[in-house]
Ligand binder design. Structure first.
Ligand code: ADP
Ligand code: MN
Ligand code: MN
Ligand code: MN
Length: 340
C-alpha cells in the first residue's frame, strides 16, 4: 500500500465565471486509484459562494482522475459539486445536466495571457511594448517571447501530457504574453473535464513564477491588442461520415436561429472581443465561410473539399467560457436539425 495525495478539484459558485478550487486528502491504495475507488468528500460551501454559513456542507463527487507528476503519489480528481444528500446536483454544478455523446468530438483552443504585476508578461510598466503586435504569433527570440513564458508553457504541456490530458498542440499567440493550447476529446464531458483540469494545472504551476493566468477575453480593452478566444471545433458521427451540403446548410440555419443562446454561454464580456475586428465576427451577427477567420463559424477547406464532411470551427466562444456549457449548447443546436 502507498499513501496517495488526492487533489479534489471543483468549480466554485462565483459569477459570471467560477474559480477552480482544490484541496488534498491522503488515502492508501495498492496502486494508482481508479475512479470507482475514490470516495465522495465534502467542503465548506460558505467559503466558495455555494452555501450559507449555517448549513455549509457541500459534497464533492469524483468524475475523472489524472496522475499529478508535480507530487510524489499525486492524483488530480475532477469533481462535481453535489447537495448534502450526495445525489442531487448543486445549483452551481453545470456539468451534471449537459448533453453528451461519445460520437461528438471537440477540440478547444484555449487562449490566455500570462500576467505579472497587473500587466501582460513582457509589457513595460504603465505602457506598451516598443514592438507592436505582429512578430509574436508563433514567434521565437528573446525580444519577442521573453524568457519565463516559454518555460511555463513547456512545463504546463509536460504536466498535462503526464496527466493523460489530450493536448494536441501549443503556440504563442498574436499579442505579447499571449499563448494557446489545444485539447481534443471524444465526448463533451471528457474534453471539458480535461480543459478545466488543464486550466487548474496552469493556474497552480504559475504560482512559483509569480505569474497569473489572465483568462479574460479582452484584458487590454479597446486597443489594437488581440483578445483571447476558446474556439470550439466540433464534429459528430453524422458530420464526419455523411455530412453533405444540404445538411450543412440546415445546420448553419439552426446556428443562426440560436445565436443568442450560443452567445449566452460563450463567455462573459464577449461584446468586447467579438467586434468584427481582430479575426472575429461581430457579436450580433452570424456568418460562416470557408477558411474565413472573420466569420462566426469557419469551415475548413478540408470540410468543403470532402463533400461537406468533417469538423467545423465555432470561433465565438471566449477564453473564459465554460467548456461544459459550450459543448452542450453546440449539441443542443445540432439536435434540432433533422438528418435528410
Ligand atoms: P487554428 O488555430 O488554425 O484554428 P488549431 O490547430 O489550433 O487550429 O485547432 C484545431 C482544432 O481542431 C484542434 O484542437 C483539433 O483537435 C480539432 N479537430 C481536428 N479534427 C477534429 C474533428 N474531427 N472533430 C473535432 N475537432 C477536431
Ligand atoms: Mn489555434
Ligand atoms: Mn488562436
Ligand atoms: Mn482556431
Amino acid at each position: 500500500m502507498a499513501k496517495y495525495k488526492l487533489e479534489y478539484v471543483w468549480l466554485d459558485g462565483y459569477k459570471p465565471v467560477p474559480n477552480l478550487r482544490g484541496k488534498t486528502q491522503i488515502k492508501e491504495f495498492a496502486s494508482f486509484p481508479k475512479l470507482e475507488e475514490l470516495p465522495n468528500w465534502g467542503f465548506d460551501g460558505s467559503s466558495t459562494q455555494q452555501a450559507e454559513g449555517k448549513s455549509s456542507d457541500c459534497v464533492l463527487k469524483p468524475v475523472s482522475v489524472y496522475p499529478d507528476t508535480t507530487r510524489k503519489n499525486g492524483v488530480l480528481v475532477m469533481c462535481e459539486v453535489m447537495m448534502p444528500d450526495g445525489v442531487t446536483p448543486h445549483p452551481t454544478n453545470g456539468r451534471a445536466t449537459i448533453l453528451d455523446d461519445p460520437g461528438a468530438w471537440f477540440g478547444f483552443e484555449q487562449e490566455y495571457f500570462l500576467y505579472q504585476d497587473g500587466r501582460p508578461l513582457g509589457f513595460p510598466e504603465g505602457g506598451f511594448p516598443l514592438i507592436g503586435q505582429g512578430p509574436y504569433y508563433c514567434g521565437a527570440g528573446y525580444k519577442y517571447m521573453g524568457d519565463i513564458a516559454r518555460q511555463i508553457v513547456e512545463e504546463h504541456l509536460d504536466l498535462c501530457l503526464d496527466a493523460g490530458i489530450n493536448h494536441e498542440g501549443i503556440n504563442a499567440e498574436v499579442a505579447k504574453g499571449q499563448w494557446e493550447f489545444q485539447i481534443f476529446g471524444k465526448g463533451s464531458k471528457k474534453c471539458a473535464d480535461e480543459m478545466w483540469m488543464a486550466r487548474y494545472i496552469l493556474n497552480r504551476l504559475c504560482e512559483k513564477y509569480q505569474v497569473d493566468v489572465e483568462y479574460h477575453c479582452k484584458p487590454l480593452g479597446d486597443t489594437d491588442w488581440n483578445g483571447s478566444g476558446m474556439h470550439a471545433n466540433f464534429s459528430t458521427d453524422y458530420l464526419r461520415d455523411v455530412g453533405g451540403k444540404e445538411y450543412f446548410e440546415a445546420l448553419m440555419a439552426a446556428f443562426a436561429k440560436f445565436v443568442n443562446e450560443h452567445i449566452a454561454v460563450y463567455g462573459p464580456d464577449n461584446h468586447m472581443r467579438l467586434t468584427g475586428l481582430h479575426e472575429t465576427q461581430a457579436i450580433d451577427k452570424f456568418s460562416y465561410g470557408i477558411a474565413d477567420r472573420g466569420a462566426s463559424i469557419r469551415v475548413p477547406h478540408s470540410f468543403a473539399n470532402n463533400g461537406y464532411k468533417g469538423y467545423l470551427e465555432d470561433r465565438r466562444p471566449n477564453s473564459q467560457g465554460d467548456p461544459y456549457q459550450i459543448a452542450s449548447r453546440i449539441l443542443a443546436t445540432i439536435a434540432t436539425v433533422p438528418k435528410p
